[in-house]
Design a protein around this ligand. Structure first.
Ligand code: BG6
Length: 481
């Protein structure tokens, strides 16, 4: 593991991600003593930015209480660890310059452990990686290449990108980010499933009727229309984040929790997973909100006129193995919806003893965000003089149970792992290929047939067709009494 003598270069340092996520996450790790104090951090981008402005920019989202002098002091220390280097994404001179900058900042070191974090447009991944290998690769020490999504646009382009990285960096040096894997409740899926016999014994087609993985965001794609229109909700959310969650829910117990074994188990599950019938897929595109205040997708100037890009999709998948045969995995994702919420909802089969006509379905819900929680819906006898079943829940809401605990941001966990050399929460190339293969027929269908997405209002619960979709796949909506 990299503990000391480490440097990190953040490419794309002038971007939004850098100021909102990357640098706050690095600071938080530093503050908690999880980064060594000799760490050299260099922000790299093409824009001309004065040193002071850079520091101002990357720390503007770091919020510290006025009377927290200890953290303020740490922030001053952290600022001294960060510099900015301006360069191109392909010029030899720029990367020689970067290497000199690093050497100067690193000083005399036994070894140089360098982490290169590429939060860049995909068309410069290869040129940057090539230059890094040629100009900045340490002779003694470790190199790690962390790559932001999107890793490819489809299976062929992902393979093509990989074939260009192959001669440059080994698989064990490449860390492909899916930031969902750094979220507390996604990491928790493995514990929930494999620490608790009560859950693991029920985790199969005998007990489970259907699984929903839902992503809802209350904001639209305003201003990002150019990117989103070719990406679509399928590439932006489903192929990566939701398929990763699916693989953790569906996988067989891995041989161990080591990166190799864990990722083997995920790949095996994905290889058994297939897309349901294309005609069952629901596509939606948001239109103006009911009050007319929020714009429709097509009202955005950055969106091509008449675009049929789905901003919502509900897609059935099946895992064809003994454990899951016939159980639908329903992956639902939408922009501009009523709430922001990401959750996994496992609905169990109905009770079969015939004693209660009005019993409800059991459900295990894992709320990934916001307000992290695990709750189990079950029937009890309605308290009092009544024998009716009452649907209620065993509720493990984190903020109530763990009152003094601060949950980490996804990027903190992932950077920590990358420094520690733990690849278990990064996507291996075969995993990624499986994810692209899985959605491949859907992408092809969208490309060729250009299905008309159903309209739904900005701020609503998605297209009306959703009700039929859920019913068709056996989801029973039990309204609490
Ligand atoms: C990104 C998508 O990968 O994930 C964005 O490109 C989306 O469109 C974001 O908003 C959601 O991440 P989070 O952590 O806010 O759920």
């Amino acid at each position: 593991p990299i503990k000391e003598n480490a440097s990190m270069v953040v490419f794309g340092a002038s971007g939004d991600l850098a100021k909102k996520k990357t640098f706050p996450a690095l600071f938080s790790l530093f503050k908690d003593g999880r980064l060594s104090s000799d760490l050299v951090i260099v922000g790299y981008a093409r824009s001309k930015i004065e040193p002071n402005d850079f520091i101002e920019r990357i720390t503007q989202f770091i919020k510290i209480d006025d009377n927290d002098s200890e953290t303020k002091q740490k922030l001053e220390q952290f600022k001294k660890m960060c510099t900015y280097y301006r360069g191109s994404y392909d010029g030899v001179d720029s990367f020689q310059g970067l290497n000199n900058h690093l050497l100067e900042r690193e000083g005399d070191r036994e070894e140089r452990n360098r982490v290169f974090y590429l939060a860049l447009p995909p068309d410069v991944f290869v040129s940057v990686s090539t230059q890094l290998k040629q100009q900045c690769y340490p002779q003694k020490g470790a190199a790690r290449l962390i790559i932001e999504k999107p890793f490819g646009f489809d299976l062929d382009s992902a393979r093509d990108l990989q074939s260009k990285l192959n001669p440059l960096f080994d698989e064990n040096e490449i860390y492909r980010i899916d930031h969902y894997l750094g979220k507390e409740m996604v990491q928790n899926l493995t514990h929930l499933r494999f620490c608790n016999p009560v859950i693991s014994h029920l985790w199969n087609k005998e007990s489970i009727s259907n699984v929903q993985i839902t992503f809802k965001e209350p904001i639209g794609t305003e201003g990002r229309g150019g990117y989103f229109d070719t990406s679509t909700i399928v590439r932006d959310i489903v192929q990566n984040h939701l398929v990763q969650v699916l693989s953790l829910i569906a996988m067989e117990p891995p041989t161990s929790l080591a990166a190799g074994d864990l990722r083997d188990a995920k790949v095996q599950a994905l290889r058994r997973t297939r897309l349901g019938d294309l005609k069952d897929v629901v596509f939606g595109q948001y239109v103006k909100s009911k009050d007319g205040k929020r714009p429709g997708y097509l009202d955005d100037d950055t969106v091509p006129e008449g675009s049929k890009c789905p901003t919502y999709s509900a897609i059935p998948f099946f895992v064809d193995n003994d454990r899951w045969d016939g159980v639908p995995f329903l992956l639902k994702a939408g922009k501009a919806m009523d709430v922001g919420k990401v959750e996994v909802r496992v609905q169990f089969k109905p009770v079969a003893n015939g004693l209660f006509k009005d019993a409800h379905r059991n459900e295990l819900v894992i709320r990934i965000q916001p307000n992290e929680a695990v709750y189990f819906k079950l029937d009890i006898k309605q308290p009092g003089i009544s024998s009716k079943p009452l649907l209620t829940d065993l509720d493990l809401t984190y903020k109530n149970r763990f009152t003094n605990m601060k949950l980490h941001e996804a990027y903190e966990a992932l950077f920590f792992d990358a420094f520690a050399g733990d690849q278990s929460r990064f996507a291996r190339i075969d995993e990624l290929e499986c994810a692209w293969s899985l959605v491949g027929p859907l992408l092809e269908y969208m490309e060729k047939e250009k299905p008309q997405p159903a309209p739904y209002e900005y701020g609503s619960n998605g297209p009306e067709l959703l009700g039929n979709f859920l019913q068709k796949f056996g989801y029973v909506y039990d309204i609490p009494d």
